[in-house]
Each structure stands twice: as structure tokens, then as C-alpha cells.
Design a protein around this ligand. Structure first.
Ligand code: AMP
Length: 497
């Protein structure tokens, strides 16, 4: 039985209301819209494995299906797809996090308004969701879920504007945060990127039939990443711009910019870890970016060694870049088991204590007697690094040097990347030398923040006007955090009596 919705508290709750790290996808005017959406969501599975949903529109009615688990498990059945007729659809993958997993939190959210049906899927976090929610509840809005995305639905419902788009703009002007949205009404497919463009969203198109041109009536696609275009046979058109709303219907794409100009701050962690390596973000292939980050890491912190070994999968491209730059051979010294489901439960303490390594195992043949450079993308709590270092030593490595293709993660993300609260971040509590000791490595080095910017084609971090959102590494949060500030001031006034 699902529990009743409770108000999230951004500073203390480690629950799913705070971690809307997700993938979104939408199509307009194509054959088999729901099936295409399922394929798109499948390509975006890395952005969320907890739950998935699709809402379609057949020109008269909306249809919806949602479920917990993977896209293939929910939409692999032709009968489910057949229950989602229509030429337009949107879909959503929700990220696996701690906290309750309940069906009514699964997106896209759908509501019937006086102007017709409206579905919305959201990637990112609203940083004033708690205060907005409180005031909406005071005004009589009945929340059905614990996801902050639901504030969009209520803000649209109570808006005094008449058209869907004007109501959406009205809602967007009241929210603060980092988000990408896909929405579907009976008139249009709508995409939105937050004013700083922290979260990604791209526009693509699909020719209607072989040989016909788009002008002859082809369809449109919105997706979190370009990797979702290839699988559905779509072509990349462009990134949705920061602060842009795209309204897509049979007349084409209309662009609206309701916010004043601001400097874009795309999330640098998408390059480091989150995006799929075959995606192109802001014109830069993620794979190339990761290799360049690895090369820069080698230039900054190389150490004599016999092999460079990635922590798979996320460490692979940067380890390749590191190996190429340093001239040290690249070897697959750790093999990843791809069949570890999230629901795998270690049966007993005894088995757990035997140190069964579910996800990774060491490839002794490439490690024994070697000085090993291990490359991973990040250290969060330090659990993975500690386990991997131990495993590599147990396989006979003579020295283990850990190299990390991001700067130390010292701050939590409140913009849609799942990071634990600050006190649980290893780098928030320890310097690099202490961290090396804690994970058991002979040496540990992280790429510098300037090195990361250089690898991404910048001269370094321009502290006066940084190009990316790098709050997790610098603690400088470009989007205001009203809920956090309100909580901090409450605590202060309590402390002052
Ligand atoms: P930890 O074991 O807590 O230090 O986590 C570090 C590992 O988790 C690295 O191997 C990363 O590839 C991976 N990782 C980093 N950030 C995230 C994230 N936001 N969600 C899931 N995994 C992550």
C-alpha cells in the first residue's frame, strides 16, 4: 500500500522527491508513436531505471501506461503498446534512488483540465518545490504524488491564462530550478529547458516514410540525449536552447523565450558521468569529451605504471584517453557483470561477508605483479573505489594508483543529479591524501577544475563567468535554492531562540 504524500525537505530527506534524475522523450506526428517512444526510452534507460511511463494521444483521447522497473519489462509487450494508440506520445524514465517507489510518482503525470488533457514529464529538480507546494496546498490543491513535478500540474490548473502555452509560461515563471520538460496537449508537443540550460533537451525529426521530405509531414522528436534519436531513425536538428519553449504541431516548431537573457550553465557532470558516451551534448560528443578529460588527467597527475585499467563502464573512455596520452598500455583489468539487477539481494550476512563482488571482478591475468593505474569518473561516498582497490590488490597488483576524471565531489547536487547529502561525500570530509588512505590506494589524484574545463575546450574555469554548472565540485550554485535558504533561516532563528 502506498504511503500518503509528505512534504520533502531538501536538506534532510534522502528520498526520491529530491532526485529527479531522469530521461524524457516525446514525439509528434509519427506512425506507432508509443512504440517509437518505448524505443527512445530504452536508449535513455541509463538516465533512470526505477520506473517508466508513456502517455499517447490519438487525436481524440489520451492513453497512459506506467510501471515500476525497466522500459523493456513494461513496454516489451505488443499488447501494452497497442493500448497506447495515436501519432503523438511522451515518455519518461525515472532514476533509481533511495526512498519510496510508488506508482503515483511515476511520470508522465497526466491531468484533465478545462482546456483538455495535459501530460508532462520532467528531468531535473525544482529548488522552490517545497515552498510552492506548501502555498498550493494552502490554496486547496490536492497533491497526488510526492514528486516535485506535480507543482507544474497545479500551477497550470490555477492559472488565469486561457491557452495551454500561456498557462505553462505562467507556471514556469513561478518555479525555480534546473529542469527539462516534455509535455503533450491535444494541440501540441511542448519542450522546455530551464533558463540556464542545466539539464539537456534536444530536438530531432523523423521522415514520415522513405523518400518523403519533412515538409511533406514528417514527425518531430524531443529527447534528453541524442542517443535516443539513432534508435528511432531520427535526425538531430538542434539543442533546445536554455530558457526556450518549443511548441510543436503540424504547422512546425514555434520557439518562445519567456525568460530574460541569462548566461547558460550546462551541467558538466553530464560529460563526466551521466550522459551516454555516444550522445552529443551542446555540440560535443560525450565520448570525445571523456577521452580528452582522461588525457588531461594524465598530463596533470601521471605516475609510473605498467597498465591503465578503467573501472567499467563509466571509466572506460577517460582511461583510454589517459593511456593514449601517457603511453601506458590500456587493459581491461576489471570485468563488469551486466546482469546485476537492482533487486538482487545478497541472501545472508555470511555470503555478504565473503565479499561476493556482484558487479565487478578482477581480471588477474592483466593485474598480477603490475603497477596499476585505475581510472574512474568520480568518488562519491568512496564505497566503489575502496572495493575496487581491494579487489585489484587481491588479484596481485604490486601498486594501485587511483585517478579520477572529475574534481573532488565536495557538494551535493540540487539540480537533478543524484548525490547523497553533503556529510556523506568523502571529499567533503577529507583531503586527497586522507582519501587515498581510506580507499587503500598508493596514490590518488583528481583532475583539477581548470583541467576539466581545458579538456572541454575552454581556457580554464573563468571564475567570474563559469561556462558550466559545476556546483558539485565548487559549491557555487548558479540556480537559487529558495527551499534550502528558507530552511537555513528557520534553523538560524530557532538557534537564536
Ligand atoms: P561511490 O561508490 O559512492 O564513491 O560512487 C562512485 C561511483 O558511482 C563511481 O564509480 C561512479 O561511476 C558512480 N556514480 C557517480 N555519480 C553517480 C550518480 N549520480 N548516480 C549513480 N552512480 C554514480
Amino acid at each position: 500500500m502506498a504511503s500518503s504524500p509528505s512534504l520533502p525537505d531538501p536538506a534532510t530527506d534522502d528520498d526520491d522527491t529530491l532526485h529527479e534524475e531522469c530521461g524524457v522523450f516525446g514525439v509528434w506526428n509519427i506512425v506507432d508513436a508509443a512504440a517509437v517512444t518505448a524505443l527512445g526510452l530504452h536508449a535513455l534507460q541509463h538516465r533512470g531505471q526505477e520506473a517508466t511511463g508513456i502517455v499517447s494521444y490519438d487525436g481524440r483521447r489520451f492513453h497512459q501506461q506506467r510501471g515500476l522497473g525497466l522500459v523493456g519489462d513494461n513496454f516489451g509487450d505488443a499488447r501494452v503498446i497497442a493500448s497506447l494508440p495515436g501519432a503523438s506520445a511522451i515518455g519518461h524514465n525515472r532514476y533509481a534512488t533511495t526512498g519510496e517507489t510508488i506508482l503515483r510518482n511515476v511520470q508522465p503525470l497526466y491531468a484533465d483540465f478545462e482546456f483538455g488533457g495535459f501530460a508532462v514529464g520532467h528531468n531535473g529538480n525544482l529548488t522552490n518545490a517545497v515552498s510552492l507546494r506548501k502555498s498550493l496546498v494552502r490554496r486547496g490543491c490536492l497533491f497526488q504524488s510526492t514528486t516535485d513535478s506535480e507543482v507544474f500540474v497545479h500551477l497550470i490548473a490555477i492559472s488565469l491564462y486561457s491557452t495551454v502555452v500561456d498557462r505553462l509560461i505562467d507556471a514556469l515563471k513561478q518555479v525555480v530550478g534546473a529542469y527539462s520538460l516534455v509535455a503533450l496537449s491535444n494541440e501540441a508537443l511542448i519542450g522546455v529547458r530551464d533558463p540556464l540550460g542545466v539539464r539537456p533537451l534536444i530536438l530531432g525529426r523523423i521522415p514520415q516514410a522513405p523518400g518523403t521530405t519533412y515538409e511533406a509531414g514528417g514527425g518531430w522528436v524531443l529527447a534528453s540525449e541524442t542517443c535516443a534519436l539513432d534508435i528511432v531513425g531520427a535526425e538531430f536538428v538542434r539543442d533546445v536552447e536554455p530558457g526556450e519553449i518549443v511548441v510543436i504541431n503540424d504547422a512546425g516548431v514555434r520557439s518562445i523565450r519567456p525568460f530574460g537573457p541569462s548566461r547558460a550553465r550546462f551541467c558538466v557532470f553530464e560529460y563526466v558521468y551521466f550522459a551516454r558516451p555516444d550522445s552529443v551534448m551542446e555540440g560535443m560528443p560525450v565520448y570525445d569529451a571523456r577521452k580528452r578529460i582522461g588525457a588531461e588527467l594524465a598530463r596533470e597527475s601521471h605516475v609510473q605504471a605498467d597498465v591503465v585499467v578503467p573501472v567499467p563502464d563509466s571509466g572506460v573512455p577517460s582511461a583510454m584517453g589517459y593511456a593514449a596520452e601517457s603511453g601506458v598500455p590500456f587493459e581491461l583489468g576489471i570485468i563488469r557483470n551486466h546482469y546485476v539487477g537492482r533487486t538482487f539481494i545478497e541472501p545472508t550476512d555470511h555470503i555478504r561477508n565473503l565479499g561476493v563482488k556482484l558487479k565487478h571482478s578482477a581480471n588477474r591475468a592483466t593485474l598480477e605483479g603490475k603497477r596499476v593505474i585505475l581510472v574512474d569518473d568520480s568518488i562519491v561516498r568512496g564505497t566503489t573505489s575502496k572495493k575496487i582497490v581491494e579487489m585489484v590488490r587481491a588479484a596481485g597488483a604490486r601498486e594501485v594508483h587511483m585517478r579520477i576524471s572529475s574534481p573532488p565531489t565536495t557538494h551535493s547536487c540540487f539540480y537533478g543529479i543524484d548525490t547523497p547529502e553533503r556529510s556523506k561525500l568523502l571529499a567533503a570530509r577529507h583531503n586527497v591524501e586522507e582519501m587515498a588512505g581510506l580507499i587503500g590506494a598508493d596514490s590518488l589524484a583528481f583532475i583539477s577544475i581548470d583541467g576539466l574545463y581545458r579538456a572541454l575546450g575552454r581556457p580554464g574555469r573563468d571564475d567570474a563567468a563559469p561556462h558550466y554548472c559545476d556546483a558539485c565540485f565548487t559549491g557555487e550554485y548558479p540556480v537559487p535554492l529558495p527551499d534550502m535558504d528558507e530552511r537555513a533561516s528557520k534553523q538560524l532563528s530557532l538557534a537564536m531562540g
